[in-house]
Ligand binder design. Structure first.
Ligand code: PLP
Length: 232
């Protein structure tokens, strides 16, 4: 029996509507890209979202990605957004067009090494732990400038902007701080990097994130429903 996936179309319609509304109100109509975050979601459901116009997917876990990769519709671009161990870089370097979760020199060096070997230049974002939470990955805001300086000279990688997951309970304050940090770096016009992408906003705060200048919102639950880990 075919699974009824019409809820995905309906969810996507709502996300597009709210995103457009926030973009019109706060960003002169400039819309962010909508990323479908695929963790625990079966490939056929992800492919259905792609058939509805989603052109960007976000992967969190190397193992899960490798097990689903073959079944994915190849027409969407894929970004890695999860915590990445240096010894796993080699498994994903070929399939990703961006790694959004770079938060250390060591990880940057490993991506650089594998990208050079693969003859490609990997776009990366620096992940910022804007709320200073112990539980989260990301570089501390006061270490960001120094990490960027260390990453900039590396071959095979190109810094394109910043990514964050703010503390859920106070996301508005921290989305605002990310916007400031991003604009400050953008104004610096650091040679060899660009500040084009600000990846922030999830199911509970994407409209707020658009208000604060997000260029990529990353939606899981709001698109695919509550995650069923048993189903994975
Ligand atoms: C799971 C996840 C998301 C999506 O979260 P939802 O609240 O389900 O929309 C976005 N970004 C990252 C890094 C994630 O791990």
């Amino acid at each position: 029996m075919e699974t009824d996936l019409s809820y995905v179309s309906e969810n996507l319609r709502i996300i597009r509507e709210r995103t457009a509304e926030a973009a019109d109100k706060y960003r002169g109509g400039v819309q962010p890209r909508i990323m479908a975050v695929t963790k625990t979601v079966p490939p056929e459901t992800v492919n259905f979202a792609i058939s509805q116009g989603i052109d960007l997917m976000g992967e969190n876990r190397v193992q899960e990605f490798l097990s689903k990769q073959e079944a994915y519709d190849r027409s969407a671009e894929i970004h890695f957004i999860g915590h990445l161990q240096t010894n796993k870089v080699k498994y994903i370097i070929g399939a990703m067009s961006m790694i959004q979760s770079v938060d250390s020199l060591k990880l940057g060096q490993e991506i650089s090494r594998h990208a050079v070997a693969a003859g490609k230049v990997m776009d990366i974002l620096c992940e910022v732990n804007i709320g200073g939470e112990d539980s989260k990955s990301g570089v501390a805001p006061d270490q960001l400038r120094s990490l960027i300086s260390q990453l900039t000279p590396l071959e095979g990688i190109r810094i394109k902007g910043l990514m964050t997951i703010p503390p859920p309970s106070e996301s508005d304050i921290f989305l605002g701080r990310m916007e400031e940090l991003f604009n400050k770096l953008k104004d610096e016009k650091i040679p060899g990097i660009s500040m084009d992408e600000l990846s922030m906003g999830m199911t509970h705060d994407y409209a707020e994130a658009v208000k604060h200048g997000s260029t990529i919102i990353r939606i899981g639950t709001g698109l695919f429903g509550a995650r069923n880990y048993a189903n994975k």
